[in-house]
Design a protein around this ligand. Structure first.
Ligand code: ADP
Ligand code: MG
Length: 587
């Protein structure tokens, strides 16, 4: 075949393919445009996973009527003037190809009005060309509606995943931008239902609560580092790192929960992930990852954002310094607020992290030495197929009889056994006990339920309502009696008997928050069960009598997996007699 220039329409579709991979890419570009336009309120609406429709409404500066057409031309942008500007990109967009790309692969309607114009402009596009244009009354700002994505590229359309999957990508994307811009109010309406809304309060913590739930947010530590004095020659570079990272007690099974922004641009960067994982070194069980939301701020000239059409990758001029700054900032947050001063910490060389995952100190309760994380994970993994009662024999040394000596920090039970000293995490241990009891009750369809004296009205947040709709049946099986009471309110009539004694209203809303989180592979029933158990268990900080502690130790001895809580965290640390002797120089 001879070489020839492709028809413009074909070229446009090829180019569009690089920007628009899936519905979430469209939402990303439109949300970025809204942010660049100075909007304070950004509403995203999708239908059928965005495949049928995506709409982004903003109250930004708007596009002047006589520029609307240009906005859809390829390589047309109001954000760059010269190639030199590419060295210091301060806006999210700059390539001038998003609107053109979207219009090449979907049916687009744009309505926009600037503050100076009395009426707005509406245009409709098909195959990248404007097919209708009219004046239109509308509030200041821009509304872009994108319908029937890939209607003209059947091959691409086939590659789309289910509506649910595409919707979840969009929802994740909106949450991430909400995290990057806490001062903006984002909302997401999925098939007519409000699925997410941030307050726009300007506080990152508030968005964290909305995205990950209160329980998770409460376990996050502040990272705040201004990077100190500029360090390197050849230009002022001050690397600021701020955001939140989870305390070591909170971890997840995948890297999904690592979110990074560079100058508030959401990026995927392996060196940043690596810097964080390094900072957590030895603090987390193997194969587990923290929850992280971090913003790295640095001089615009220090970062090249023009690496990929989707602008998801960046290149740092001084990658090593960025790496070091992030690692240091996270590590400092972890050290300064280490919530668990550990038995081992004062025995370690000064300057090292007080950690409680140091393999050196942890001995499998059966006697074999191995990192505790590993031990916990093996037990956990064997349990994943069904409920966590299937166990490989060598992982199941029975717990010896323990003699309770006292309580430490209102959090740990100190006990002695034939093999040395045991520190038991009272919350984790109680979780394990309740979990197994509850599982057995469920298997016998004999879950004990407790009627409330008077029904308790619960006002639920949107994401809690979504979780409620999804989990109502499961919760009923677990002993809850909950009924819709109109609008945002539900009536709580009964709770599982194990929950009694706690603030049940609070517990239920927190449980819903947890259920609303993306799961890490458990079944619905399992997830709900773990959550209920977690809220029923004795808390850290609760003073226990000797009697209560003895009971708990006894009950823990009875469980089939005494060494980990249902989340896979250790319930106890063992210091063997031999280790003690060695530390005291008796050997
Ligand atoms: P880029 O964002 O890279 O400039 P786009 O194709 O996304 O390219 O948008 C082209 C231009 O259209 C932008 O530079 C901006 O001037 C204008 N524009 C797009 N969306 C909006 C919006 N929501 N509000 C105001 N102006 C917009
Ligand atoms: Mg753009």
């Amino acid at each position: 075949m001879p070489i020839k220039v492709l028809p413009a329409e074909v070229a446009a579709k090829i180019a569009a393919g690089e920007v628009v991979e899936r519905p979430a890419s469209v939402v990303k570009e439109l949300v970025e445009n809204a942010i660049d336009a100075g909007a304070t309120d950004i509403k995203v609406e999708i239908r059928q996973g965005g495949i049928r429709l995506m709409r982004v409404m903003d109250n930004g500066c708007g596009i002047p009527g006589d520029e609307v057409e240009l906005a859809f031309a390829r390589h047309s942008t109001s954000k760059l003037e010269s190639a030199a500007d590419l060295e210091r990109v301060s806006t999210l967009g700059f390539r001038g190809e998003a609107l053109a790309s979207i219009a090449a692969v979907a049916q687009v309607t744009l309505v926009s009005r600037t503050a100076q114009e009395p009426v707005g402009t509406q245009v409709k596009l098909e195959n990248g060309a404007i097919v209708a244009r009219e004046g239109k009354g509308c509030p200041q700002g821009t509304i872009v509606t994108v319908e029937n994505l890939f209607y003209n590229i059947p091959a691409r359309r086939k590659f789309l995943r289910s509506e649910v999957t595409e919707a979840s990508h969009i929802s994740e994307l909106v949450s991430r931008y909400a995290l990057a811009y806490p001062e903006l109010r984002f909302s997401l309406v999925t098939d007519g239902r409000l699925a997410f809304q941030s307050t726009g309060s300007g506080k990152l913590y508030d968005v964290l609560v909305k995205v990950y739930g209160l329980e998770t947010a409460q376990q996050m530590l502040v990272v705040e580092s201004d990077g100190g004095e500029p360090r390197s020659e050849g230009g002022p570079t001050r690397i600021k790192v701020h955001g939140y990272v989870s305390s070591p007690s909170l971890h997840r099974s995948n890297r999904q929960y690592l979110t990074f922004f560079v100058n508030r641009r959401w990026v995927q960067d392996r060196s940043l992930s690596f810097a964080v994982t390094e900072a957590y070194h030895t603090l987390l069980p193997t194969g587990r990852y923290p929850v992280v939301v971090l913003n790295v701020d640095l001089d615009l000239a220090e970062v090249d954002v023009n690496v990929h059409p989707t602008k998801r990758e960046v290149r740092f001029r001084r990658g090593n310094e960025v790496f070091a700054a992030v690692q240091k900032a996270v590590r400092r947050a972890l050290t300064e607020s280490a919530p668990f001063p550990t038995v081992a910490s004062h025995l370690q060389p000064a300057g090292s992290l007080p950690v409680w995952g140091q393999p050196r100190w942890l001995t499998g309760v059966g006697g074999e030495r191995r990192p505790l994380g590993q031990l916990a994970m093996e037990v956990q993994r064997t349990g994943e197929g069904g409920l966590a009662t299937v166990v490989t024999p060598q992982m199941q040394p029975r717990l010896p009889m323990l003699r309770v000596l006292g309580q430490l920090g209102q959090t740990y039970i100190i006990a002695e056994g034939p093999g040395g000293m045991y520190l038991i995490d009272q919350h984790a241990a109680h979780e394990r006990v309740l979990y197994e009891r509850f599982t057995a009750e469920r298997a016998h369809r004999a879950v004990a339920s407790q009627q409330l004296l008077s029904p308790l009205p619960l006002e639920l947040m949107p994401r809690q309502r979504v979780a409620m709709a999804e989990y109502l049946e499961t919760l009923t099986e677990l002993g809850f009696e909950i009924e819709p009471f109109g609008g945002e309110t539900y009536l709580l009539r009964a709770v599982p008997a194990v929950l009694k004694g706690s603030d049940v209203g609070q517990a239920v809303t927190e449980i819903l928050d947890e259920l609303a989180e993306e799961g890490s592979g458990e079944t619905r029933a399992e997830k709900a069960l773990i959550s209920v158990v977690c809220h029923s268990a004795v808390r850290a900080g609760q003073i226990l009598s000797m009697e209560e502690m003895r009971d708990l130790a006894r009950q823990l001895e009875e469980t089939s997996l005494p060494h980990t809580c249902p989340h896979g965290r250790p319930t106890m640390i063992h210091l063997s007699a031999e280790q003690l002797a060695r530390e005291f120089g008796r050997r």
